[in-house]
Design a protein around this ligand. Structure first.
Ligand SMILES: C[S@@+](CC[C@H](N)C(=O)[O-])C[C@H]1O[C@@H](n2cnc3c(N)ncnc32)[C@H](O)[C@@H]1O
Length: 297
C-alpha cells in the first residue's frame, strides 16, 4: 500500500471534515484521547492528523502545553488550519509518518488515529514514533478491525464491487487491513515499544439512512475517485445503485439466519451491523469496533 492512499483533494477534505469527522472520527478521537490521558503542560504529536480532530481534543487537554499535528496531505492540513480550537496552540506540519521531522525525545504523548493501516512501511513509522517519544512518554493508536466481521462496511464493499468492478473496494478494504490484535501487538513490540496493551472497543454509530452512509463514503473519502470525471446524473445513479445493493446484502443474510435482524445484531460477534431497513425503518446503525492501543515505554 503506497502513500497515495487516503489522499483527498481540497474539496473532499472539506467534505471529510463536514461529514466523516462529526459522524465517525470524533467518537473515536474522544475514546483515544481519553485512553492516552494527555496532561496539562505536556507536548503531544498527532501523526496522520487529517483535519485535526485528535489534535484539537489533545490541545484542550494539555492547556498550556504544545500540540503538533502532522499529515502528508496538504488539503487535509488546510482544513485543519481553518478550524477553531481551544487550549494549547496547534502547530500543523506537512510531512510523512515515515520520516518524522523532530529530534529524539520531543513528545510526552504520540497519538495516531486510523492512520497506521495506510502507511507503506508500518514498522518504520512506528520506530519513528518511538524515537520522538520521551522515556516517560506513552503512545495510543487505533486501527479498524477486519471488514469481513463488520457487516455494514462489508455489505458496502460487496455492493461497490458489484456496481463498479471487482477491484473497486480496494481502498475501503485497506482501512480494515489489520486482521488480528496480535498482529498489531507484534508490530509495536518489534518497533521497540514495551508495555503494549491492545483493546477492542465497540461503538454504535447511527446514520439517517443507508443511502446517506453510501453517499458520504463515495463523496468524502478517497473513494471519490470513482465519481470524478462523471456527470452529476451518473454519480447519483452509482450512489443509488450501491446503496440499493448494500441494503440487499444483510437482507439476504437475515433471511437465512434465525431471529430478527435486530436480535442478530446483538448476538452476532460481527463488528458492524447494518440494520435491515425494511424491518427497522430508514435508519442505518453501524456498530463499529476499532482496536485502541495504549503503550508505555
Ligand atoms: C482516515 S484518515 C484519518 C485522519 C485523522 N487521524 C482522523 O481520525 O480523522 C488517514 C490520514 O492518514 C494520512 N496519511 C496517509 N499516509 C500518511 C503518511 N505516510 N504520513 C502521514 N500521513 C499519512 C492521510 O493523509 C489521512 O489524512
Amino acid at each position: 500500500m503506497g502513500d497515495e492512499h487516503w489522499q483527498l483533494e481540497g474539496s473532499a477534505a472539506e467534505l471529510y471534515q463536514r461529514y466523516v469527522v462529526p459522524a465517525i472520527t470524533t467518537r473515536w478521537a474522544e475514546d483515544l484521547v481519553h485512553r492516552a490521558q494527555p496532561r496539562a503542560g505536556e507536548a503531544v504529536l498527532d501523526v496522520a492528523c487529517g483535519t485535526g480532530v485528535v489534535a484539537r481534543l489533545a490541545a484542550k487537554a494539555v492547556a498550556r502545553g504544545q500540540v503538533t499535528g502532522l499529515d502528508l496531505n496538504a488539503g487535509m492540513l488546510a482544513v485543519a488550519r481553518g478550524m477553531p480550537s481551544q487550549g494549547a496552540p496547534i502547530n500543523w506540519i506537512e510531512g510523512s509518518a515515515l520520516d518524522l521531522p523532530f529530534p529524539p525525545d520531543s513528545f510526552d504523548v504520540v497519538l495516531c488515529q486510523l492512520g497506521l493501516q495506510f502507511f507503506p512501511d508500518q514498522e518504520r513509522a512506528l520506530r519513528e514514533m518511538r524515537r520522538v517519544l520521551r522515556n516517560s512518554g506513552r503512545a495510543a493508536l487505533s486501527v479498524y478491525s477486519p471488514i469481513e466481521r463488520t457487516p455494514g462496511a462489508y455489505a458496502f464493499v460487496l455492493a461497490l464491487d458489484e456496481v463498479l468492478g471487482a477491484d473497486a473496494s480496494r481502498i475501503k478494504r485497506g482501512e480494515h487491513s489489520f486482521t488480528d490484535p496480535a498482529q498489531l501487538e507484534a508490530l509495536l513490540k518489534d518497533a521497540g515499544f514495551g508495555g503494549v496493551g491492545v483493546q477492542t472497543v465497540e461503538q454504535t454509530i447511527v446514520f439517517p439512512s443507508v443511502l446517506d452512509y453510501v453517499r458520504f463514503q463515495l463523496l468524502a473519502t478517497p473513494m471519490t475517485v470513482f465519481l470524478t470525471d462523471r456527470t452529476e446524473p451518473e454519480q447519483q445513479a452509482i450512489i443509488l445503485s450501491v446503496a440499493s445493493k448494500a441494503t440487499a446484502y444483510p437482507r439476504r443474510q437475515c433471511s437465512t439466519a434465525a431471529g430478527s435482524p435486530s436480535r442478530r445484531r446483538h448476538t452476532s460477534p460481527l463488528h458492524w451491523a447494518l440494520v435491515d431497513t425494511s424491518a427497522c425503518g430508514p435508519t442505518l446503525k453501524v456498530t463499529c469496533i476499532a482496536r485502541a492501543v495504549a503503550i508505555g515505554r
